[in-house]
Design a protein around this ligand. Structure first.
Ligand code: CAA
Ligand code: NAI
Length: 246
């Protein structure tokens, strides 16, 4: 079992990549907190894990709200006793061309994708430091590395996440904490369901493996990076994009 007896928080764990990650972690032996804004989908995700032999609880959280995040961290410690792994997966898009992007679209995406990652990590880190061990995994994107049409706000956050990852790897490494990011390509989920078919077709065509990604492709990468098999890996950004950019 890759994650036997580990305690993990997966933000945005109600749907898509986060849900699959929570499921995979639980089946690898971890006790998992499905931490999400969406109560109904989050409770269902936790229930599905528990009925398939895993252990999970749902905690409702809005990652943009520091009091909310602090309450989630406290409840996790109370119910699981520790926090070994934090997956900062919660994220949103609000796409528009540069000239059409509103301030509200900019603020919303920065709030969830960047401030949310800061909030969760800053409030979980003291526990990991006290434990002398921990793993933080962040959701970047090919868009954060290479940019994308219509994604000024999102690209800024996903590049920002790379900066956070590298800074935290340097700050927290000597405390026994590893910090890495994944940079997925276009993965089939609710998020990409909003992308025009024409764009998805372009992305598929450009992908060396000639397919869009599945949520499992990313969840399996998180599983590896969370496990002791990755014990000498920190500060890295691992592309999970089927060769979209080679
Ligand atoms: N790559 C290449 N070309 C793109 C593109 C992309 N990602 N997105 C848009 N374009 C092109 C359009 O095809 C269009 O070209 P033509 O003028 O030749 O037809 C041009 O840019 C303008 O686009 P629209 O006419 O659609 O402009 P709009 O103002 O109506 O809409 C938009 C703009 C909201 C950005 C819309 O184009 C859109 O949704 N594009 C997709 C953006 C995208 O790729 N989002 C990814 C979301 S998933 C995600 O973010 C996960 C991840 O990490 C990968
Ligand atoms: P999704 O839209 O399917 O799921 C996102 C989850 O995050 C939802 O359950 C949602 O309720 C939750 N969430 C949103 N805002 C929240 C908030 N403020 N607080 C708590 N939870 C919140 O998205 P998907 O596709 O599973 O993506 C997950 C992560 O992976 C995101 O960070 C995304 O940017 C990133 N990513 C996704 C790619 C893709 O192609 N789908 C590619 C590269 C990165």
């Amino acid at each position: 079992m890759f994650l036997k007896d580990k305690a993990a928080i997966v933000t945005g764990g109600a749907r898509g990549i986060g849900r699959e990650t929570a499921l995979l972690f639980a089946h690898a032996g971890a006790r998992v907190v499905v931490a999400d804004f969406d109560k109904e989908a989050g409770e269902k995700a936790a229930r599905d894990i528990n009925t398939t032999g895993g252990q999970a609880i749902f905690i409702q959280v809005d990652v943009t709200d520091r009091d909310n995040v602090l309450a989630m961290v406290e409840e996790t410690k109370e119910r699981l006793g520790k926090i070994d792994i934090l997956v900062n997966n919660a994220g949103i898009t609000a796409d528009a061309m540069l000239l059409k992007m509103t301030e509200a679209q900019w603020d919303r995406v920065i709030g969830v994708n960047l401030k949310g990652v800061f909030n969760c990590t800053q409030l979980v880190a003291p526990t990991m430091i006290e434990q002398g061990a921990g793993v933080v995994l962040n959701a970047s994107s090919v868009v954060g590395v290479y940019g994308n049409v219509g994604q000024t706000n999102y690209a800024a956050t996903k590049s920002g996440v790379i900066g956070l990852t590298k800074s935290w790897a340097k700050e927290l490494g000597r405390k026994g904490i590893r910090v890495n990011a994944v940079a997925p390509g276009f993965i089939i989920s609710d998020m990409t369901a909003k992308v025009p078919d024409k764009v998805l077709e372009i992305m598929k065509e450009k992908t060396a493996l000639n397919r869009l990604g599945e949520v499992q492709d990313v969840a399996q990468t998180y599983l590896f990076l969370a496990s002791d098999y990755a014990s000498y890996i920190t500060g890295q950004v691992l592309g999970v994009d089927g060769g979209l950019v080679v």
